[in-house]
Ligand binder design. Structure first.
Ligand code: ACO
Length: 397
């Protein structure tokens, strides 16, 4: 007797962004840059910065509980947790294990996924495979990053690009058609050293020398990365779309990795589609690496940009060089996401601290000094639709 076909529906989504905002004008006071240069070359206007008490795990747990509420299940219904990040709380244990405890789950297997900015798409594909193979019923897929602690604040090529945040989705088994329709993942290791963090791993363990050389910060060849992104995003998306038996024009909304508006414009051009089919929120968050796609997906759903029956493509590129795309037939009620967000507050989440150990101040001194001069503007906006939220300047007045 043949097994019944199982589909992996996207049933829950949630996001969390720290309330501290760092604008381009703030960065002008730290490095030789300008708001005009950053907006023209990247489209970014501001990004979020995690407070000292926040970690990748704490942000991930808030987004996860919101996604679980949106899905209408209990945390303990989750039987697999996959967390994509390049900024884990520790080398070990996995950040996924900390999140499992914080959300009150007792039965899930939990692991981290390392594919840089493509990490969430890779984790989503893995969750899809587990569910359709009958190995899991509800999988929590998270993208979470705390990049502002890994940036060289004297390097204007990188420190203007990145921000912090987390997004999560729940995939659930169903015998009704829907969910993932086509998947494409690629890895091109010839680009391995175009974006990398040299020290801290086994090849170059942390030492006073590696720190003196600034090798604990992200390094990037911007131009080569840009070339790779513009080449790969459209072709990766198209490969996934063709596997789903569709054409680019059949896709209602693309959720691309939010790295640079010019890269997203190139994708739209490459697919011969108008920019209205591309969801963009990088102006307010910058590049949040593995968190960028799930934050954008949750925002797009809550803002009414996705309807039941729509076909959506998530597509990302990143260090490795990796890229990935998934075509998704949307079945979740978009109204559930706003209620899910409202039901969970950051204070609801506690990440258990280690016994007899205090970490040093986690904020890089240059960033701490800059944040102290921004007037401490906090924007409590975690669940506001795009366009509704005040900018840093408005909030200060
Ligand atoms: N402010 C002002 N000037 C700057 C800045 C800055 N922040 N940064 C660079 N410049 C200068 C350069 O020094 C250069 O000056 P020069 O002409 O006198 O030499 C000039 O501006 C042009 O620099 P380019 O590097 O050519 O600028 P470009 O248009 O390529 O934009 C950028 C740079 C934004 C980094 C772009 O290349 C890019 O977005 N690349 C992709 C990066 C990316 O997406 N990374 C994420 C990867 S995902 C992951 O896995 C982490």
């Amino acid at each position: 007797m043949s097994q019944p076909v199982r589909y992996a529906h996207l049933t829950g989504w949630g996001r969390y962004a720290p309330s501290q905002v760092l604008t381009n004008a703030d960065l002008e006071r730290m490095v030789d840059t300008s708001d005009e240069w950053i907006v023209t070359r990247t489209g970014i206007r501001e990004r979020r910065v995690a407070a000292a008490h926040e970690t990748t795990a704490s942000m991930a747990a808030v987004a996860s509980l919101r996604a679980i509420r949106t899905a209408g299940i209990d945390p303990d219904d989750i039987d697999l947790i996959l967390l994509a990040t390049l900024t884990p709380d520790y080398w070990m244990p996995s950040t996924a294990a900390l999140v499992k405890e914080a959300i009150g789950n007792t039965k899930a297997a939990a692991m981290d996924v390392a594919a840089a900015c493509s990490g969430f798409v890779y984790a989503y594909s893995t969750a899809h495979a587990y569910i359709t193979a009958g190995l899991a019923t509800h999988v929590l897929v998270i993208g979470a990053e705390l990049l502002t602690r890994f940036l060289d604040y004297s390097d204007r090529n990188t420190c203007i690009l990145f921000g912090d945040g987390a997004g999560a989705v729940v995939l659930s088994a169903s015998d009704e058609p829907g969910g993932g329709l086509g998947i494409e993942l690629t890895t091109e290791p010839q680009g391995a050293y175009m974006i990398w963090l040299p020290a801290g791993g086994a090849k170059s363990p942390p030492s006073t020398e590696t720190i003196a050389r600034g090798e604990h910060y992200i390094r990037m060849e911007g131009k080569e990365t840009y070339r790779f992104a513009t080449r790969t995003l459209a072709t990766t998306a198209l490969a996934a779309i063709r596997k789903a038996g569709l054409e680019a024009s059949d896709i209602d909304l693309f959720i691309p990795h939010q790295a640079n508006i010019r890269i997203i414009e190139a994708v739209a051009k490459g697919l011969d589609l108008p920019m209205e089919r591309m969801f963009v929120n990088l102006d307010r968050y910058g590049n949040t690496s593995a968190a960028s796609v799930p934050i954008a997906l949750a925002e797009a759903a809550n803002a009414g940009r996705i309807k039941v029956g729509d076909t959506v493509v998530i597509v990302a590129f990143g260090a490795g060089f990796t890229s990935g795309a998934v075509v998704i037939r949307w079945t979740g009620d978009p109204a559930r996401g706003i209620a899910g967000d409202a039901a969970v507050q950051p204070e609801d989440v506690v990440i258990r601290a280690p016994v007899d150990w205090d970490s040093v101040d986690p904020i890089p001194p240059a960033l701490a000094a800059l944040m102290a001069t921004t007037g401490g503007v906090d924007i409590p906006l975690d669940d506001v639709a795009p366009g509704d939220q005040p900018t840093h300047q408005e909030a200060s007045t």
